[in-house]
Design a protein around this ligand. Structure first.
Ligand SMILES: NC(=O)c1ccc[n+]([C@@H]2O[C@H](COP(=O)([O-])OP(=O)(O)OC[C@H]3O[C@@H](n4cnc5c(N)ncnc54)[C@H](O)[C@@H]3O)[C@@H](O)[C@H]2O)c1
Length: 675
């Protein structure tokens, strides 16, 4: 047995605790969280933390954990970080009694890989607070359970806490994850701060807490599609054809080079435009630069503006990072009347008061200190900064920029800050789902389809890419006009994916496909595993940016107009349905993208191993996973969805979906007159 395997099997050491670990200043750490607990609650947090360990260690650990709570606002249990390196290993290297559990261990370790995770030592994967576990004891215990579980057990995960292994059966999920589930009236931002500080709940974002994060590639794809379609929209409004050639020389401006937002410059390059992305944290900017995801770093606005003018006039394909505050960038662009074609923002505004957004006028360090020491003053600084940012953006949109909200609660928080963002009771600007992803993608069942090769061999990934292209090209031959463009964009994406070095961490890929595409690609993979053309199992999954799994009124379901966008039945139904149709693990989260209390989203992971069982799970589960959302969108009277579900009912005899009848608007208005 390797020492890696031994350490996993040891779980939380019972005889001797590891030596304390020095605080590593070379990596990116989570900001100090605000001091929100009363003295009594602090005692409770400490007792909660100590319950993971035998009483004989409490005298050593209690003062140490108390200090962590004081210094960082959380108890991470740094001492218990494992001594081995964390990254996704080939599946055979994990100690296990069932391969499904080994695959989940690899997915967990990929999330926590320092190349992938945003704040790896605080177990934060992306978005500033998207956690996979609350502390290192939970990590150790979970890995130990997974290493020892059989196919007749299910592990229950409560916001990072492995509650235990419970007897179940082979077809049941191996793991059921819930994150941040609270009584609805206790779902405010400060409730999260408090529950998380107490060690009883966490914000799992979505792919962080459901072990499905594949680094920024996951979002490069969605961002590429969004930037290309935003560019097409802009060109169309000027009567110009939306070809890639015509996109050259267009200027795209945004903020954020973090976990997700780091994908923006890469996507800009794939679309062939000039992108300028502001990032206030030099470490985050440098990480993306070193990875080759952004071409140039600039910290001088005068020089940057000159560089922008040159890039635009030369129609270069180039991505420029501004290492500074995005508000300064927007104001300068507006002052100098630079023509910006496409604008958006991807700071972590779902988490505005605890490090998601850094206000103008303060350095990064000043902000970090103020948010912990003077939270009210910090809140005012954020809101003032948002008002300035919106004012500059408004000037540029008046000059012809197309601006959209990029799913980070920018419009929502700006409106709460009193910025000039409303017109006629609505936001001045659309969300990218309302304008682009909803009508073109989600309503037709197109959504993220991810896979990770458990051999961790790039040759398997290349083989799977080939299979995916073949399936999509085949589908495109007979597909209706409405989805031809979506299929073409995705075939182009996969053809380019290998060349663009998109893999960070495990050998993973993503594309967008509808139910037919997802199912046929998965079946082709299963066949290739069965015949040995692909060496090891593959994990299938997705993110929240999809037709079914997510109820998010300011993002994924922002193009639902029957009033049901604030309900969350779809996400819950999605996960329950997936769990008895063959998912290897399922997860449901409060928050994810837009913020705690603002969204519910469900996810799944499925290990396929070339078996007949895998083939059955693929067919049954993917069908439900996609079509339950199309049915809901069709009921909400979305045209594309009505088209897609009718097509599906023709193909699938067992499917009977309730369809809406359409009422005449004038008849409805007349009926209400005089009442
Ligand atoms: N569009 C999508 O498809 C999509 C998908 C997932 C998440 N999101 C949302 O996008 C947001 C960003 O996600 P992420 O994972 O990149 O988060 P992140 O926290 O890793 O990155 C955000 C970055 O913005 C920087 N930043 C904050 N304020 C700034 C300012 N004023 N000026 C310049 N830089 C600033 C931060 O330093 C940070 O590096 C989140 O709200 C997330 O929920 C969008």
């Amino acid at each position: 047995m390797t020492s890696f395997q031994e350490e996993i099997l040891a779980g939380i050491p019972q005889d001797r605790i590891p030596e304390p670990k020095p605080y590593d200043r070379t990596i990116n750490h989570a900001p100090k969280r605000k001091d929100i607990l009363t003295d009594e609650e602090k005692a409770l947090a400490l007792k909660n933390a100590l319950r993971y360990f035998p009483a004989k260690f409490h005298a050593t650990l209690a003062p140490e954990f108390a200090k962590e709570l004081k210094d960082y606002g959380r108890i991470y249990m740094y001492r218990f970080r494992p001594s081995y390196e964390i990254f996704a290993r080939p599946i055979d290297e994990y100690p296990c009694r069932c391969k499904q559990a080994a695959a989940i261990m690899a997915m967990i370790q990929n999330n926590l890989d320092p190349r992938v995770a945003q704040h790896p030592h605080e177990l934060i994967i992306y978005g500033g607070n998207g956690a996979i576990f609350q502390n290192w004891a939970q990590y150790r215990l979970t890995m130990q359970y997974l290493a020892t579980m059989t196919e007749e057990q299910t592990l229950a995960m409560y916001s990072g806490l492995p509650l235990g292994l419970f007897p179940s059966h082979q077809d049941a999920p191996r793991v059921v994850v819930t994150n941040g589930m609270v009584i609805p009236n206790y779902s405010k931002q400060d409730d999260w701060e408090k529950f998380n500080a107490l060690g009883v709940s966490q914000y799992g974002q979505m792919t962080a807490g459901s072990y499905m994060y594949i680094g920024p590639q996951g979002i490069v794809h969605g961002t590429t599609i969004t930037v290309m379609n935003a560019a097409r929209k802009q060109l169309k409004s000027k009567g110009i054809a939306g070809t890639r050639e015509n996109m050259k020389g267009m200027l795209f401006v945004s903020a954020g080079l973090g976990g997700m937002s780091g994908a923006q410059p890469k996507a800009g390059n794939i679309a062939g435009v000039v992108s300028v992305i502001a990032e206030i944290n030099p470490l985050a900017a440098r990480k993306r630069y070193d990875q080759g995801w952004v071409d140039e770093l600039h910290d001088n606005l005068d020089e940057l503006l000159q560089r922008i003018r040159k890039a635009v006039s030369g129609k270069e394909t180039v991505s420029l990072a501004y290492v500074g505050n995005v508000v300064d960038l927007w104001e300068r662009l507006a002052e100098e009347h630079i023509h910006v074609d496409i604008g958006t923002d991807q700071t972590s505004l779902h988490n505005p008061w605890a490090g998601g957004y850094y206000p103008a006028g303060l350095t990064l360090e000043e902000s970090k200190n103020m948010m912990a020491a003077e939270p009210e003053k910090f809140r005012e600084a954020v809101q003032a900064s948002l008002r300035r940012q919106v004012a500059a953006i408004n000037k540029l949109t008046a000059d012809g920029m197309y601006f959209f909200d990029y799913g980070n609660a920018f419009l929502l928080e700006s409106s709460r800050a009193g910025a000039d963002i409303m017109a006629d009771g609505h936001f001045r600007y659309p969300s990218y789902v309302q304008d682009i992803m909803g009508p073109l993608y989600f309503d037709y069942g197109f959504g993220p389809f991810r896979w990770v090769c458990m051999s961790e061999d790039p040759a398997d990934l290349a083989k799977s890419d080939e299979l995916a292209i073949k399936v999509l090209a085949e589908e495109a031959r007979t597909a209706p006009e409405e989805i031809q463009g979506q299929l073409r964009d995705n075939i182009h994406w996969i053809e380019e994916a290998g060349k663009n070095n998109l893999v960070v961490g495990s050998q993973a890929r993503i594309l967008y496909a509808d139910c037919e595409g997802r199912t046929k690609i998965a079946m082709a993979f299963n066949e290739a595993i069965r015949s040995g053309k692909i060496k090891a199992p593959i994990v299938l999954g997705r993110d929240h940016h999809d037709v079914s799994g997510t109820d998010s009124p300011f993002r994924e379901t922002s193009n639902i107009y029957d009033g049901s966008q604030f309900t969350a039945d779809m996400a819950i139904q999605n996960v329950i349905g997936d769990s008895f149709r063959g998912a290897t693990w399922v997860s449901i989260h409060n928050g994810g993208g837009v913020g705690w209390g603002e969204v519910i989203n469900g996810g799944f992971g499925m290990v396929i191993d070339g078996s007949d069982d895998s083939a059955r799970h693929i067919k049954e589960m993917l069908f439900w996973d996609v079509n339950n959302g199309i049915a809901r969108r069709s009921w909400a009277r979305n045209e594309g969805a009505a088209h897609a579900i009718s097509r599906e009912m023709e193909r699938t005899p067992g499917l009977k979906v309730t369809l809406p009848n359409h009422a005449d608007d004038s008849l409805v208005r007349d009926a209400l007159k005089g009442i």
